[in-house]
Write a protein that binds this ligand. Structure first.
Ligand code: HEM
Length: 406
């Protein structure tokens, strides 16, 4: 089979720029038959099974060299740094790093953050109760993940806005390519390297109960070296902030569109963990992952080289009726179904998923406690068909009357 035998989609079509619901409605028929289509950037995969199998296939990687080159970035310090972060390395080197940091990212490890996250979120939500409108993105979406990042690496929480900006700039490599992005990414990557190397130096002098100190113990045991620690910390910086920010805003957008589901949660707050899994399935911030073959290969009959890209579409996999019953319905009580593909699967599956899920649970719980109802009054998201960036999210809410009578 030739690439030209595949049905074609146009990523510039408005169908792909107005939320995952419209993107899915316009492509649902492509899950039938081959489950694949071609686009300007390569092969798009529409079914859960195809995407999940490709993400797990160790004959492929993210293809970061190709992605950065397509943005006009040339090999150099920034290019090398991004190509060496954990998610972009394979084989023994990756396995060694993953083993060394795994225990930090367990459910138990994540739970250590819960009381702090709860206190921060409650404070920010309560501060917003004075007004009628709440700038959710500024107060929580952007702030929480970067404050959590500071906590994770043992930095003062005041550093959060600096790290949020660095992460946002570097993450432009996961956006639709635009002129000027290469310069922004390069500048931020160089600053991130200086700052993270300093953080490692500081934790070496004064260890604490944080990820860097945890990795320095592994370094002493000869399991990793300083470059590994640096690349892990940068992975966490750029992988944990914009992604969580966008997902927090998308969760709220989904509940604003489905007020009956908000009311179900008000009556049954114990459903919050289930609801968060359903919300990320329903409106994933990461629309797609990407894969390129490590060497010339044949993918389902099509000849590919390492310069080719395949895009496992998370939004489409998460609405595949063979994986989730009645997938276009938001159902915060949904228990059955496969694991949404938001965090990938296989050897690179997101290490921070327990942490981001915990953040999302605490935000939802706090809002359910403080607001009886709400609606999103203004929102803007960018990055369709790649990774969502939330640029605005304002809500109008009615405070819970039980709080007013206290
Ligand atoms: C909504 C939030 C998040 C989403 C959607 C997300 C998504 C992902 C995905 C899809 C991957 C694998 C990429 C691939 O296979 O192509 C990944 C890897 C990773 N994520 Fe996350 N992530 C999130 C939050 C976090 C957080 C909060 C942390 C850390 C605190 C984190 C740390 C990591 C790390 C270290 C890896 C690399 C794992 C490896 O290569 O073995 N992520 N993430």
């Amino acid at each position: 089979m030739e690439m030209s035998d595949l049905p074609e989609i146009d990523l510039d079509s408005p169908d792909f720029h107005h939320g995952v619901e419209r993107a899915d409605a316009s492509t649902a028929h492509l899950r039938e038959g081959l489950g694949m289509a071609r686009s300007q950037r390569g092969i798009e995969l529409f079914t859960y099974d195809l995407s999940s199998a490709l993400i797990k296939d160790q004959g492929y990687n993210i293809g970061m060299h190709r992605r950065l080159a397509s943005m006009g970035m040339a090999p150099g310090p920034a290019f090398d740094m991004i190509c060496n972060i954990m998610v972009n390395i394979e084989g023994d080197e990756h396995a060694r790093m993953r083993k060394a940091c795994m225990t930090f990212f367990t459910l138990r490890g994540a739970e250590k953050l819960r009381s702090d996250v709860r206190a921060w979120v409650d404070k920010w939500v309560q501060e917003g109760l004075d007004g009628e409108e709440f700038d959710f993105q500024a107060a929580i979406g952007r702030q929480l993940p970067s404050v959590v990042f500071c906590k994770l690496i043992g930095e003062p929480l005041e550093m959060a806005p600096i790290y949020a900006q660095l992460a946002e700039d570097i993450m432009k490599h996961a956006q639709p390519p635009q002129p000027g992005f290469a310069e922004i990414i390069e500048k931020a990557a160089i600053e991130a390297e200086l700052r993270m190397r300093q953080v490692i130096k500081d934790r070496r002098a004064r260890p604490g109960d944080d990820l860097v100190s945890h990795m320095l113990i592994a370094e002493k045991a000869g399991e990793v070296d300083e470059d590994d620690i640096f690349h892990l910390v940068v992975t966490v910086l750029i992988g944990s902030t914009d992604t969580t920010d966008a997902q927090l805003c998308l969760n709220l957008a989904a509940l604003s569109d489905n007020p009956s589901q908000w009311q179900v949660l008000r009556q049954n707050p114990e459903l919050v963990p289930t609801a968060v899994m359903e919300l990320i399935r329903f409106k994933p911030g990461v629309w797609t992952l990407s894969r390129s073959p490590l060497q010339d290969t044949v993918y389902r009959g099509i000849n590919l080289t390492p310069d080719d890209a395949i895009w496992p579409l998370v939004f489409s996999a998460n609405r595949d009726p063979l994986a989730f019953a009645d997938p276009s319905r938001l159902d915060v009580t949904r228990a059955a179904g496969k694991t949404p593909l938001n965090f990938g699967t296989g050897i690179h599956m997101c290490l921070g998923r327990m942490i981001t899920l915990l953040e999302q649970q605490e935000v939802l719980s706090s809002l359910l406690t403080h607001w009886s109802e709400f609606e999103v009054t203004d929102s803007e998201f960018q990055g369709a068909m790649y990774s969502t960036v939330a640029t605005r999210m304002t809500t109008r809410f009615v405070p819970d009357s039980r709080l007013l009578s206290r």
